[in-house]
Each structure stands twice: as C-alpha cells, then as structure tokens.
Design a protein. Structure first.
Lengths: 466, 173
C-alpha cells in the first residue's frame, strides 16, 4: 500500500477524488487484501457518521425545540437529520435500538402544525408519547405504525393520518407522504393550495377535501371527496384536474402510468364524466381484424343458469344493453383468478387502455360484479412469455394495478357504482411499445357464495400508434 | 387470529433495518443523496419480493443481499469514474458481507468519542455529516481553505477510529 493510501480513501469518501485517483483506489482494493480491510474500516466509520447523529447533540436540539414525540428518556433517543431529498429514505428516521418516532429533516424550531387528537396510535419506535396540542415543527416526520392521528396545520387545514404511514410536515400548509394514507380537509380559506407531495405526484387542493395514499413501491392515489384538486406530475406540463368523486392513481416509473376510474350514468349509452364510451374504433376492435384475445388461465363461468359470454365479446366495440346481462359479459368462475391475453398482432405505442364493466343485481344487495380488479402487464416481443410463476420474472412488464373498490371507498356492497370505466394512460403520452397485453384478473371482495364475485367485463379498448 | 397485514409487517421491518441498509450502501456509495436513492430502490425491490421472505431468517441479512444488488446496479449505471470499479466492489463485498455493520457497542463508543472531540472538529463534523453542508461552505464558515477542511475530516475520522479501538480493547481486557 502506498503511504498516502489513507488520504486516497478519504478523498474518495469525501467526493474529492478525481477519476485517476478513483481508478488507483479501485486497483489497490482489487489487488491488496490489507487495502480492502483498511478501506472498509474507514468507510464503515464514514457510513456510521453519515447515518447517525450523536446523542448529545440531538438531545440538546430536541430540548431546544420542545419537540413532540421526544418524551422518551433522553438516553434512549436518537434523531437523524436528513437533507431535503424527496426520496423514500429521506422520510425515514434513523432508528437504532430503542429508536425514536421522529426524524428531523432540518433544524427548525418553528411550529407549523399541532396534534389535534390521537386514536389507538402505535408509533414506530418505543417509548413515544404524543399528546393532543403538542406542536409539530417544520420538517418533522411522523411514523405511525397503526391508529389514526388528526393534525391541524397553521393554515387551518385539517389532516387525518391513517397508519401505517410516514408523513413529513413540510410546511404550515402541506406535507410529504412517503407511505400510507392522509385525508385532508382544506376548507379554511388560508388552506387553499394545501399540498400533499408523494414520490410520484404533487396534489394541490383548490377545493375542500381529498385523500392521498402512497404505497411502499411508489404508487400514489388521489381521491377527491369534495371540491377539486390539481395533480401535478414530474415533467408533465398540463395538470390533471380531479373533481368530487374522481380518483387517479399514478404508478412509479419513468412513464408515470395513470389509472382513472369513473362511475357511469347506468344506461346502455355508457356515458362517463371524462372517459369515452366503449368504442369500435380502437386498435383492439374485432372489426380491425388484427387483435386476438383468449383466456390462458382460469375458466369462464359457464353454468347453465348464468353462462358468461365468449371472451371475444371484449373486442366487439359495445357495452351491455342492460345492467344484468351475462350473455353480453365476460366473467370467470366464482372466486377464480384468471389471465386474459390480448395479442394486438403488431407492436403498438400504447397511449390508452379502457376497460368497462356493468352489473346491477335486481335486488341491489351486491354489486361485486361491477368492481374492476386486475393487474395489467405488457410485452413487446414476437412471442408472448410464459405465465407460470412471477410474471415480471418471465419478461412481462407491469403497467398498472386496478382496484375500483379502493377508488370508490366502498364500505358496503351497495355503495359500489354499478357501471364502471377504467382508463389507463401515460402521463407523458405513450406508455411504451407493446404487442401483448395480459390482464391478471382477480375476483372481487364478495364472500357470499350465493353471489358470483367476478367482474362482468364488457369491453376492452386499446388506443395507440402502430 | 387474523394474519398480520404484510404492508404493516414490511414497514416495521424495513424501518427497523433501514439504518443498517443505509450504512451498508454508504460504504460503497459515500455520497449521501446517491446512497439514499439506492436505499429507496432497495425498499422497492424488498417490497416486490416480500412474499418470498422467510420470517425465520433475519430480515437484515435478507435485505443486505438486495442492497448489494442495488449498489451494483447503481454503480453500473452511475458515472463510473466517480465510483469504485466493479472488481474492487466485488472484493470488498466478499469481506463486508461476512462482518456485521451494525454493532450497538461500537455505536455507543462512537458517540462517546465524538463528544470528546475538540469543539472545532466536532463542529466541522456536524456541519459535514449532520447539516450535509458543502465543504466550501464549511471552509468559509471556519475561515479555512477547502483542503484544510478535508484534512480536518480525515484527521477527525482517524482520531475517532483510534478512540473506538481503545474503548473496544478495554472492553475485551
């Protein structure tokens, strides 16, 4: 090892090394075991210092800020400060043994919100006590394992955080949701413009009430309970406007796939607020003659009483003529999952995929057959990959996940819209080029064996440019 | 009894182990913003494969495997000249994967050693690691040159390692 090897390591760790120095360091590490061990010794300390903050300094800061959630014995507390990165990890506390609830992204003493009420709260980390009225400074990250917390922001906005959730209070009128669900009531005049940022979207309130949810893998969802919100997506100029009853989900990833679900007018005209009715002018329509659809897993329900129509109905350009029309619908056996494979016959730059369902039982006690619940995959090659095991490991690209019960906040079966349309689009235009589309269809939530619990799909429409 | 919600189960496990994962990544990718991006990618990979996780195995070592894969993926995509080359990373991982990065006793010693540092070194360390201030800004704040601040950081880390070694040796005595 050269005598200045430690300096070389330090320059690398401190990002001061140039390309030649990095190459030399790499060569020494690759060829000399003692160099490897010395590097790991120093790099490990660098990692410790970067990932943790010493207790004494943290304790002093916590005392100065009278922070909520800091009532655990001081010796048990450790806080981590994080930079203003919006990445997942930025919102996660540095939790060591007996870790703490709160991570401070920035050193701030300014109170921008307060805890209003807490219900059955379990926090991540032991020994945490939070009381109604406790102040919340800017930058505090709340990590709720379970339960519900009501917050009041300086703007007057009220937010309900439902655990499990990670939510950073980034200002007096907004926050960053890494995980979980937050319901916002921004009726107060000063709360107009309340913003919830997620990894994939920025949701700005211009009305009164909405719910934002973020999942562990980056998918975000917005439901507007009343009023209006604007959803801004990275790199997309025109915002998505959502009004009362509208919902939108955004998949993580470069193409930012959007899923919008709407409730129809309950007539054979299949009219929806913004999604067009079933069409015979799409690329997958039978009249075009290129697309083929087939069931490749599971079986359609074919009992004599209520037989499903043939799968080709999904490409016939029409919806059902009445609310309960099995012969005009396509549905799997009760409680069965299934796979539907659509071959477009050529590679297409996809811009939009619409799916439609309609079912209303005459006695209106269940509408589980209108719910749409599926995951959509795509593949661009000549031959469709296998469907055994994990689909993505076979080469399928996951495009979107749909569960319309989530969108409509269904609590009781009759709350479900009887006629539903789902529109999957790319926020930046095309979603990618694909020849095959694969719907992994799931049964819906109905458990009563009296009722079939698979969706009565009526039409799949695919739009794009060959 | 209802089975635990996998989402909640994952979140608890991930939050509990996130500091270990971040430390592991920082060993190879010292730039904190990049390291956190890799931890984020690791979280996504872990969540995607969480159904395969065998709860009888330690989550930390299972997650460590994914973190190393994400480190390699990042380094392949990253500006190669700025980061250790693949062969070096492979040889480091062969050692690192067999020695735990998380050691409570060592952490306690580190905290004690930090508290014993001279005030200026402690401030430079805090500014660099806690505030994540740029070296240029720290230099300006302390009226020193940029090179001098790099030297302070290097010297301070050496002092901390020696201090930790002394304390560990005393424990073993």
């Amino acid at each position: 090892m050269p005598p200045d090897f430690e300096t070389l390591i330090a320059r690398y760790l401190d990002r001061a090394a140039d390309a030649a120095e990095v190459a030399e360091l790499s060569r020494l590490i690759a060829t000399d075991e003692s160099a490897r061990r010395l590097y790991l010794r120093i790099a490990r300390l660098h990692a410790d210092l970067a990932a943790t903050v010493d207790v004494a300094a943290s304790r002093a800061e916590a005392t100065a800020t009278s922070a909520p959630g800091s009532r655990a014995p001081a010796a048990e507390r450790r806080f981590g400060w994080r930079q203003s990165s919006l990445a997942w990890a930025a919102g996660i506390a540095v939790l060591l043994a007996g870790g703490a609830l709160v991570a401070w992204r920035s050193i701030s003493t300014r109170t921008v919100a307060r805890f209003e009420s807490l219900h059955d709260c379990r926090w991540v980390g032991a020994g945490i006590e939070v009381q109604p009225g406790d102040p919340i400074p800017r930058g505090q990250v709340l990590q709720l394992s379970s339960g519900t917390v009501n917050l009041r922001f300086a703007s007057g906005a009220e937010a309900t955080l439902v655990g499990p959730a990670i939510f950073e209070i980034s200002s007096g009128n907004g926050g960053f949701l890494t995980l979980g669900q937050v319901k916002v009531n921004a009726a107060a005049p000063a709360a107009k413009g309340f913003t919830v940022q997620t990894r994939t979207a920025r949701v700005v309130d211009i009305g009164t009430e909405f719910v934002t949810a973020a999942s562990a893998d980056g998918q975000s969802r917005v439901d507007v309970t009343s009023g209006e919100v604007v959803v801004l997506l990275a790199g997309v100029r025109s915002p998505q406007r959502l009004r009362t009853g509208d919902a939108l989900s955004i998949e993580a990833g470069r193409t930012q796939v959007l899923v919008r679900i709407e409730s129809g007018d309950g007539t054979a005209a299949f009219r929806f607020p913004t999604i067009e009715p079933p069409s015979n002018r799409d690329l997958a329509d039978a009249s075009v003659g290129l697309a083929r659809i087939r069931v490749i897993k599971g079986t359609l329900h074919t009992t004599a009483l209520i037989p499903s129509g043939p799968v080709e109905l999904l490409l016939d350009g029409r919806g059902q003529s009445q609310p309960n029309s099995p012969a005009e619908s396509v549905f799997f056996d009760n409680n069965a999952s299934g796979l539907l494979l659509l071959d477009l016959g050529r590679v297409v730059a996809l811009s939009k995929i619409n799916t439609y369902s309609w079912h209303q039982s005459p006695d209106a006690v269940n509408r589980v057959r209108a719910v749409q619940k599926f995951t959509l995959y795509g593949f661009a090659g000549e031959v469709a990959p296998g469907t055994e095991g994990v689909l993505t490991e076979n080469g399928w690209v996951q495009l979107a996940r749909v569960n319309s019960d989530d969108f409509f906040h269904v609590m009781n079966p009759v709350d479900r819209p009887a006629q539903q349309a789902c529109s999957i689009t790319g926020a930046l235009g095309a979603m990618g080029r694909y020849r095959y589309l694969l719907w992994a269809v799931e049964p819906t939530q109905g458990k009563n064996p009296q009722f079939l619990n698979n969706t009565f799909y009526t039409e799949f429409d695919v739009y794009g440019t060959p | 009894m209802a089975s635990p919600d996998p989402h909640e189960q994952f979140m608890r496990l991930f939050l509990q182990h996130e500091p270990q994962i971040l430390r592991l990544v920082l060993v190879y990718i010292p730039r904190q913003a990049d390291a956190r991006d890799v931890v984020q990618e690791t979280a996504i990979a872990l969540w995607k494969h969480f159904s395969d996780y065998d709860a009888a195995r330690p989550f930390g070592s299972w997650a460590g495997g994914f973190a190393r894969m994400e480190v390699r993926r990042f380094l392949r995509k990253a500006h190669r000249q700025a980061y250790l080359h693949e062969q070096a990373v492979t040889s480091l991982m062969a050692i690192e994967a067999t020695s735990p990065l998380f050691d409570e006793q060592r952490d306690r010693h580190l905290a004690e050693c930090r508290a014993q540092l001279p005030l200026e070194q402690r401030r430079v360390l805090e500014a660099y690691y806690v505030e994540e201030a740029a070296v240029e800004a720290i230099a300006q704040r302390h009226g020193r040159t940029i090179e001098a601040i790099y030297k302070v950081l290097q010297r301070t880390r050496s002092m901390l390692l020696e201090c930790i070694d002394r304390k560990m040796a005393r424990n073993q005595a």
